[in-house]
Design a protein around this ligand. Structure first.
Ligand code: NAD
Length: 324
C-alpha cells in the first residue's frame, strides 16, 4: 500500500487519479477507476446540460460505492457553457470531490466550501498553484508540459515543475503530464508528489467508452505522436498528431492566424466523432506524450493493480539494491 496525504484526503486506496477528459470521462470509466482503488473523475462539460450531469453522477453511483469526483474546466470554448449551473449540479448531487482546471477556482470556492467539497485544482504553474492554495483548495494537480490538453505557456516539464510545486506548497501535490506506469509513479513520489494524475493511460483501457481504433492507435504511438497547437493564441493544446492537427499547426505557422481560421478544424464536436466512430482523421483529440508508453489495453483494475504492485517492486527491489 502506498499511503500519502492524497490517498488520505480522498479516501482512496492508491495514489492514482484519473484526470478529467472531455468526451471520455463517462460513468463507465469513472466507476471502473474508482472500483480499482484509484480516483475516477467525471467530466462536467461532456454532459450537454447540468441536468444531464446530475443523471451521470447518479449513473456513476449505481456502478460504484467508492469515492469519485467531477472535473469543471473553465477555458476558452466555442459556446460558453453555464459554469455556475454545472457547479450547482455538482454540489446539488452531493459530490464531495471536484477537480477544477483552466482558471482560478476562486469564484466557486464559497459554494464548494458551503457543501464540504474538497477541491483539487489543476494548473500549469507554481504561481497559479500558490494562488489556488490561498483561496482554500485542498490539493493541487500540477500539469507538466508533457500533459494532454492545455499545458499552459511556460513549457516546464514535470521533472522540474513537480518538485518546484511540492516544495513551494503546503497542501499536497499530484503530478500530471508524462505519468503512465509504475516507473513514473515512483518518480513522482520521489519528486515530492503524493499521487499521479493520468488521462491518456486511462483512455487505453477496456472501460473507456471510446472507439477501439483510438485505443489501438495509442498502442502504436511513440514519443513524437503529439502536436502542440494554439501556440500562437496563448491557449496551447497538446493533441494527437493526425492530418487535422498537422493542418492547424501549418495554418498557425503563418504567424497571422486567428481562431476563426482554425475553428472548424478544432471544434470539440469533430473530435467527439473520432471517439464515437473511430474515424481517426475526423478531428482533433487530446493525448499526452505518455501515449508513447501505452503498450496494451487492460481493464482499469488490471492496470491500476499492476501499476501499484510494480511500483512497490521498484521501491523494494531495484532502488533498495542501488542503495546497497
Ligand atoms: P470547443 O469545441 O469549444 O473548442 C475546441 C478547442 O478550441 C478547445 O481546445 C478550446 O480551448 C479552443 N478554443 C475555443 N475558443 C477559442 C478561442 N476563442 N481562442 C483560442 N482557442 C479557443 O471545446 P470542447 O472540445 O467542447 O471542450 C470544452 C472545454 O474543455 C474547452 O474549454 C476545452 O479547452 C476543454 N478541454 C480541456 C482539455 C484538457 O485540458 N485536458 C481537453 C479537452 C477539452
Amino acid at each position: 500500500m502506498l499511503k500519502t496525504r492524497i490517498t488520505e484526503l480522498f479516501g482512496i486506496k492508491h495514489p492514482v487519479i484519473q484526470g478529467g477528459m472531455q468526451w471520455v470521462g463517462y460513468a463507465e470509466l469513472v466507476s471502473a477507476v474508482s472500483n480499482a482503488g484509484a480516483l475516477g473523475i467525471l467530466t462536467a462539460l461532456t454532459q450537454p446540460t447540468p441536468e444531464d450531469l446530475t443523471k451521470e453522477i447518479e449513473r456513476t453511483r449505481e456502478m460504484t460505492d467508492q469515492p469519485f469526483g467531477v472535473n469543471l474546466t473553465i477555458l476558452p470554448t466555442i459556446t460558453p457553457p453555464p459554469y455556475e449551473e454545472y457547479a450547482q449540479a455538482i454540489v446539488g448531487a452531493g459530490v464531495k470531490i471536484v477537480e477544477t482546471a483552466g482558471r482560478s477556482p476562486a469564484p466557486f470556492m464559497d459554494l464548494f466550501k458551503a457543501y464540504d467539497v474538497k477541491v483539487i485544482h489543476k494548473c500549469t504553474s507554481v504561481r497559479h498553484a500558490l494562488k489556488a492554495q490561498s483561496v482554500g483548495v485542498s490539493a493541487i494537480t500540477i500539469d507538466g508540459f508533457e500533459c494532454a490538453g492545455h499545458p499552459g505557456e511556460d513549457d516546464i516539464p514535470s521533472l522540474v515543475l513537480l518538485p518546484q510545486a511540492a516544495e513551494a506548497l503546503e497542501i499536497p501535490v499530484a503530478g500530471c503530464g508524462g505519468f503512465s506506469d509504475a516507473k513514473s509513479l515512483v518518480a513522482a513520489l520521489a519528486l515530492g508528489g503524493e499521487a499521479i494524475v493520468m488521462g491518456t493511460r486511462f483512455m487505453a483501457t477496456k472501460e473507456a467508452g471510446i472507439h477501439q481504433n483510438v485505443k489501438d492507435i495509442m498502442t502504436e504511438a511513440d514519443e513524437r505522436s503529439t502536436n502542440l497547437m494554439f501556440r500562437t493564441m496563448h491557449n496551447t493544446a497538446r493533441v494527437f498528431k493526425n492530418s487535422i492537427s498537422d493542418q492547424v499547426v501549418e495554418i498557425e505557422s503563418t504567424g497571422t492566424a486567428k481562431f476563426e481560421d482554425v475553428k472548424d478544424l478544432v471544434a470539440g464536436q469533430r473530435g467527439r466523432v473520432v471517439f464515437e466512430k473511430g474515424d481517426m482523421e475526423h478531428g482533433i483529440w487530446s493525448a499526452g506524450i505518455s501515449v508513447a508508453r501505452v503498450k496494451d489495453i487492460p481493464t482499469c483494475d488490471e492496470m491500476v493493480s499492476r501499476l501499484v504492485s510494480d511500483a512497490e517492486d521498484i521501491i523494494d527491489g531495484r532502488l533498495q539494491k542501488l542503495k546497497a
